[in-house]
Design a protein around this ligand. Sequence first.
Ligand code: SF4
Length: 233
Amino acid sequence: MMGDLGASIVALVSSWAARRRDMGVIDVLRRVERSTRPADQVTAAALQRRWQELPASAQTSGQSVGRHAVGCEGTHGVFPKCNLTCSPCYHSKDANKVRVDGDHTVAEVTRQMVFLRQERGPHAHAQLIGGEVSLLSPDAHAAALAAMRAHGREPMSMTHGDFDLDYLRALVLGPDGRPRLRRVSFAAHFDSLMRGRRGIPRPRSEAELNPYRAQFADILNSSCRCNTFGWFG
Ligand code: SF4
């Protein structure tokens, strides 16, 4: 006699087949079988490639890359612009001289996401990095985040944190005043080697930066509390 689980699977397959008239029952069953595997096939192949690419000395029992994760992901060199002047900056000497407008940024971020999806599988976290994100217009920033999500990436914006609540508000609320992003995440970098931050252009210690770190946290926290951002946080 068919148990509850069997009946549920039959109901699921029937409803799926009814919706997907272009698919036969065997195709539907294949899909169900694939979607209930512990690891997606494409992800499993990407993990295997990553493992094989590692040097033998890194293929240790404690290694998670190639087994549990494909490694960190991020955009690369798309919008190399920054208004700080830190001495150990990762930018090349061409930073601030090349094209960084919104159309270019969204098109290149999309191209990189297509590549990452193909190489690293359908789902991952990824950083929006390669310049200071808050120098992108809020619309371009939001469009870049949406492009990352559309390709299975959960994005996090990397910033120096020297921006105001107005920027955050314009990012998460569209021109019609309605939320356009279901979630935003930031990684903020504050250290005493950074130069040009408003209010503290040349910090002499890490401790001196604490009020600025707190101010950034307050911006994010106040956006969580704000009625217009009631969905956010
Ligand atoms: S904040 Fe980052 S990108 Fe900007 S100058 Fe400093 S290290 Fe470079």
